[in-house]
Ligand binder design. Structure first.
Ligand code: FES
Ligand SMILES: [Fe+2]
Length: 440
């Protein structure tokens, strides 16, 4: 890859082609439960912009550029009171739309307040998540209708975590099926799994073949390995514009999941995981029941997180580069491929280890990287088409293209058409009610 292409893909500040592309879409910003009515504002960095988020007395959410429009004091120190945020420097107050509603340092007959606005972004709330629109269109588009964002309370996971590297290399880990048999499951042999189980197939053949397709909403892959006699085992996953993935963590029939890789700035990413609850235990059965090799295979996404109040202080991990992610070399020798505890932390360690912004001019891409190659191409083309021809990218004005997609596994007859089978299963399984409810 040329350096200028890597820059195009990885730089997301306002005014960059990728930054402008992402600003066309709704962006997951804060968990609903993290903003209490009348509580102090939270610092929030998104796409390199320092913002504050707060919830008013009546429950409305404001997300603002943090500098007060009077003389640029930080509204983070402000008072969240009576339907607005008040700057503590001179007492000017702003409602959630950013409109200045009081300028107590001016004389009572001044109309100064009518002329002043804080930079406030539009927000929406759905499925336990507050979304922000940082684009320039006056009329924000519809929210995307992912199944995973329409699950009722008690039946959903809304989880997040800070990853300390560029958004795209973090995302690429989620559409890279080849690493599963190594990073996460490399200490296990096919024979340890019951015949007929998915893990048996993917540990038996660690070099899957791929079909990769451009789709309306992004890209998808079907990775296939031989199953039992006459059968083929498929793993299907998606990239959805501009930063969404659906990875294949279970059978297509019930794998409701969407994950977002949101640039915090060019060297930090907020990872969002929306799904039905995933049990905190190894998702796979062993034939010999000994558990050997299963150490560290769990999906606890929020283990050892902490918060502080700085711009990067939300949902950080205590295991990080400074302590080698808690790697245990003895466990690595005996019982786990990586020696790092947890599937999520393994991904975290490896994608961060590539450098804050991976230098893609040094890569040697192979056939197992086809999905990643096609996804990069799609993102570059979309960013260029927007900046050069003002072409609105996929999913902005037509978010219904996301409907009805699932990632997951299927075992089908060897000579069956995989796409047809995939569509059949999705049509039967995707809960239309859930999708419709998400539009409300
Ligand atoms: S700087 Fe905020 S009111 Fe003066
Ligand atoms: Fe992974």
């Amino acid at each position: 890859m040329r350096k200028q292409d890597n820059d195009l893909l990885t730089k997301t500040d306002a005014g960059t082609p990728m930054g402008d592309l992402i600003r066309q879409y709704w962006i997951p910003a804060v968990k609903s439960e993290d903003l209490e009515n009348d509580a102090p504002p939270t610092r929030l960095r998104l796409l390199g912009e320092n913002l504050i988020a707060f919830r008013t007395t009546s429950g409305k959410v404001g997300i603002f550029e943090h500098h007060c429009p009077h003389r640029c004091a930080s509204l983070y120190y402000g008072r969240n009171e009576d339907e607005g945020i008040r700057c503590v420097y001179h007492g000017w107050k702003f409602d959630v739309s950013g409109q200045c509603v009081e300028t107590p340092t001016e004389s009572a007959d001044s109309n100064m307040k009518d002329q002043v606005r804080a930079t406030a972004y539009q927000t929406r709330e759905r499925g336990g998540l507050i979304w922000v629109y940082m684009g320039s269109a006056e009329q924000a588009p519809e929210l995307p209708a992912f199944e995973a964002n329409a699950l009722p309370e008690g039946m959903r996971w809304v989880k997040c975590g800070l990853r300390e590297c560029n958004w795209l290399q973090a995302l690429e880990g989620d559409i890279d099926t080849a690493h599963l048999s190594f990073l996460h499951l490399g200490a296990l042999d096919a024979e340890q799994f019951p015949p007929g189980s998915p893990a048996h197939y993917f540990q038996k053949d660690k070099a899957p073949k791929f079909e990769v397709l451009d789709t309306d909403y992004g890209t998808m892959y079907g990775a296939y390995r031989p199953g039992d006699e006459g059968q083929m085992y498929w793993r299907i996953a998606h990239f959805l514009m501009p930063f969404w993935t659906m990875p294949p963590g279970g059978p297509l029939q019930n794998n409701i999941i969407a994950r977002a890789w949101v640039p915090v700035d060019d060297e930090h990413t907020m990872f969002w995981h929306l799904s039905a609850p995933i049990p905190d235990r190894p998702p796979i059965q062993l034939a010999d029941n000994k558990g050997k090799g299963l150490v560290g295979i769990h999906f606890n996404l929020e283990a050892n997180q902490y918060h502080d109040n700085d711009w990067l202080g939300r949902y950080r991990y205590k295991e990080n580069e400074s302590n080698d992610y808690g790697i245990d070399r003895e466990v690595q020798r005996e019982d786990s491929y990586s020696g790092i505890d947890g599937v999520h932390m393994q991904d975290q360690a490896i994608t961060e280890s590539m450098g804050k912004i991976v230098d893609r001019t040094k890569e040697h891409l192979a056939s197992s990287d086809k999905m990643i190659i096609m996804t990069r191409r799609r993102l570059m083309q979309s960013a260029q088409a927007l900046s050069e021809e003002n072409t609105i990218p996929a999913g902005v004005s037509n978010p219904e293209i996301y409907n009805g997609q699932r990632a997951g596994e299927m075992i089908i007859p060897q000579d069956a058409d995989w796409l047809e089978k995939y569509q059949e299963i999705c049509q039967e399984s995707v809960n239309k009610e859930t999708v419709d409810a998400s539009k409300k």
